[in-house]
Design a protein around this ligand. Structure first.
Ligand SMILES: NC(=O)c1ccc[n+]([C@@H]2O[C@H](COP(=O)([O-])OP(=O)(O)OC[C@H]3O[C@@H](n4cnc5c(N)ncnc54)[C@H](O)[C@@H]3O)[C@@H](O)[C@H]2O)c1
Ligand SMILES: [Zn+2]
Ligand SMILES: [Zn+2]
Length: 353
């Protein structure tokens, strides 16, 4: 089969590799029909994730058809169309039972970490992928839902919703700020309305993305490059700050920005993946009764989000901006890695089987 293989920092190749085989009775082999690229894949290619070693097939998002099933898989059969969650989940360990799939104790990849695809085991940017703990890590595609919509449920929609909206404890009437309007920030914006946010302020350096964020539900936009960005945000509240500040970038500056606009009693929800230490002005913040949350997505809300996508309450197809076929994988990476120029949000790559 063909797959997108990591070759060390800065190196990737679309090349012939052996097909995956069932290794455990709980595995399924999925024939991949649609996949996409995540900002995290770009981090890996920069060499920011040293656990990813040369030879690894990248990708943790995908939709396809079950091609083979292990002996103990009960929820899926050959021919089923499925969505692959970016997080493995054995469904049986203490953490999975508590909904903390991100820290699944199953041994696949490594015990205690849910994100293994395209990281510690081969991923979804391939013609076939082996899915461990398939009964709990796959979701049946409802009829009437397109691949383009469904692939947004592998990672970005649960990430924005769980790590942004749920961990940020958005409640009816809240003023929510989302810093960073990439696919993940936009997923937080589109799902903030589910919990009754009254006002959603999107903040970014990129004016194109800010304008786009209005289509996802942002009521106000602020260009963070402007020296008065904070005053602009404060003027949109009663002067005390936002109820929930969601960080969806992953750099120290934007985390600090979130702490500078949150009101006393409010929440800072960090979604971004950080590679550097961040300073926390506890000397100012301690007295403000602020909660700060962070984490790796669990994907335990995927069934709930899938129902909302299926019933068209969430228009997931909106995230897709560019379309490629599997033989154009390298072009897809090129377009996605120059998102500021190409205006790419999610690039969708499909296999014409
Ligand atoms: N916690 C999780 O489980 C999880 C899962 C998936 C992705 N992520 C992380 O979420 C973050 C967002 O992902 P994405 O794919 O949307 O990323 P992205 O790179 O597409 O988007 C980031 C956005 O932040 C903006 N930005 C950069 N610097 C800024 C600044 N100083 N002020 C305001 N905006 C700024 C960029 O213009 C861009 O629009 C990343 O760090 C990603 O790794 C986390
Ligand atoms: Zn991702
Ligand atoms: Zn588990």
């Amino acid at each position: 089969m063909k797959a997108l293989v990591y070759g060390g920092p800065g190196k990737k190749e679309w090349k012939e590799v052996p097909n995956p085989k069932l290794q455990k009775p709980t595995d399924v082999i999925v024939k991949v029909e649609t996949t996409t690229i995540c900002g995290t894949d770009l981090h890996i290619l920069k060499g920011d994730v040293p656990a990813v070693t040369p030879g690894r097939i990248l990708g943790h998002e995908g939709v396809g058809t079950v091609a083979e099933v292990g002996a103990s898989v009960t929820n899926f059969k050959v021919g089923d169309r499925v969505i692959i969650s970016c997080i493995k989940s054995c469904g049986a360990c203490k953490n999975c039972k508590a909904g903390l799939y991100s820290h699944c104790l199953g041994e696949e990849g490594v015990s205690g970490l849910g994100w293994v695809f395209g990281h510690l085991i081969d991923g979804t940017q391939a013609e076939f992928v082996r899915v461990p703990y398939a009964d709990n890590s796959l979701h049946l595609m409802p009829a009437g839902t397109s691949d383009v919509e469904a692939v947004m449920l592998s990672d970005i929609l649960p990430t924005g919703f769980e790590m942004g909206v749920q961990y940020g404890a958005v409640k009816p009437g809240d003023v929510v700020a989302v810093i960073g309007t990439g696919p993940v920030g936009l997923a937080a914006i589109i799902t903030a309305g589910l919990y009754g946010a009254a006002r959603v302020i999107s903040i970014d350096l990129d004016k194109n993305r800010l304008e786009k964020s209005r289509e996802f539900g942002a009521t106000d936009v602020v260009v963070s490059g402007s020296p008065k960005w904070r005053e602009e945000v404060m003027a949109m509240t009663d002067g005390a700050g936002v109820d929930v500040a969601i960080e969806a970038v992953g750099v120290p500056e934007t985390f600090e920005m979130a702490t500078q606009i949150v009101r006393p009693g409010g929440h800072v929800a960090n979604v971004g993946v950080h590679g550097k230490p961040v300073s926390l002005a506890l000397e100012n913040l301690w007295i403000q009764n602020i909660s700060i949350s962070m984490g790796l997505v669990n994907t335990n809300t995927t069934p709930l989000l899938l129902k909302l996508v299926e019933s068209k309450k969430i228009d997931a197809a909106k995230f897709a901006t560019h379309f490629f076929t599997f033989d154009q994988f390298i072009d897809a990476y090129d377009t996605f890695s120059r998102a500021a120029e190409t205006k790419a949000l999610k690039v969708v790559i499909t296999h014409k089987w």
